[in-house]
Design a protein around this ligand. Structure first.
Ligand code: SAM
Length: 286
């Protein structure tokens, strides 16, 4: 296993999100070979260890003790000890503890290696049937309604696919608020219990999914990811685009550069703006 100089090493190890067979061979090897595994819930990690006959000592490392545990772990990393960090499921630091430790380790030049694997974000996205070329991960929406609505409203103009984690007892309220902001017709997917026995995926328009959740066809239990299609980019007013281009051309900014800046400001295709900028430059010379 990797190790640099006298420093130890910290492995950030992804573990299954349900099906224990999803632990990678390398994850298994690393978990066997490190000195200590830092685990969000040592009993849950023990279940995984039993399945793979791993007997490495574990130490509790969770959101309530991460700050106080980090100096202890760091001191041992600097003495040359090897640690692996795991969370209850999926990839550590993705809505799970580890950020404080990884940052501290990096700032002390301790090597930090990833052992990639499952995460509910990418698992849900990969089967959603919604665009995956650009997406934004929003974690959990706020539990209380006014803050949740504000959080969704901030995404009103989002054109990328959005991925949310959601608690099962809040799925109906969350879908109602998503529908209120994004509209009845926005496509979405609810991915439940991925890789587990009762895995189920529901796809459709938000109003349809909300009806299904309200009448219990989408069970309000288990672990849930909600994926929502991004909105259509708002059309940019041509007068406004022209004004942006004209202002730059008046300042004698070259046509290509003006088109590039306008593309960033308006979200419109650069080549279309280039053609328009050439027309405007021609007008101003006429
Ligand atoms: N670190 C994890 C990861 O990489 O996905 C996420 C941890 S976060 C505390 C737990 C949330 O992830 C759950 O409430 C649920 O929204 C989502 N999740 C985890 N496992 C899941 C599964 N098997 N199916 C659907 N969602 C899951």
């Amino acid at each position: 296993m990797a190790g640099h100089g006298t420093h130890g090493v910290l492995y950030v190890v992804a573990t299954p999100i349900g099906n224990l067979d999803d632990l990678s061979g390398r994850a298994c090897m690393v978990l066997r070979e490190v000195d200590t595994v830092l685990a969000e819930d040592t009993r849950r990690t023990r279940t995984l260890f039993d399945r793979y006959a791993i007997s490495t000592p574990t130490r509790a490392f969770h959101e309530h003790n991460e700050r106080e545990q980090t100096p202890w772990v760091l001191a041992r990393l600097l003495e040359g000890k090897r640690f692996a960090l795991v969370s209850d499921a999926g990839t550590p630091l993705v809505n799970d503890p580890g950020y404080v430790l990884v940052r501290e380790a990096r700032s002390h030049d301790v090597p930090v290696h990833c052992v990639p694997g499952p995460s509910a974000v990418t698992a849900a996205l990969s089967i959603s049937g919604l665009p995956t070329d650009r997406f934004t991960f929003e974690g959990f929406l706020p539990a209380r309604r006014p803050r949740r609505v504000r959080a969704i409203e901030r995404l009103a103009g989002e054109t990328r696919t959005m991925v949310f984690y959601e608690a099962p007892h809040r799925i109906v309220e969350a879908l109602a608020d998503l529908r209120a902001v994004f509209g009845d017709d926005r496509e979405a997917v609810i991915a439940r219990e991925l890789t587990k026995r009762f895995e189920s995926v529901f796809a459709g328009r938000l109003d349809h999914l909300l009806t299904q959740a309200r009448d219990g066809r989408v069970p309000a239990r288990g672990e849930i990811v909600v994926v929502v299609r991004g909105g259509v980019p708002a059309p940019v007013d041509d007068d406004a685009t022209d004004a942006v281009l004209r202002a730059m051309l008046d300042e004698e900014i070259p046509v290509g550069q003006a088109a590039a800046v306008a593309a960033r400001l308006t979200g419109r295709p650069r080549n279309a703006l280039y053609r328009r900028a050439l027309e405007l430059a021609g007008d101003s010379r006429a």
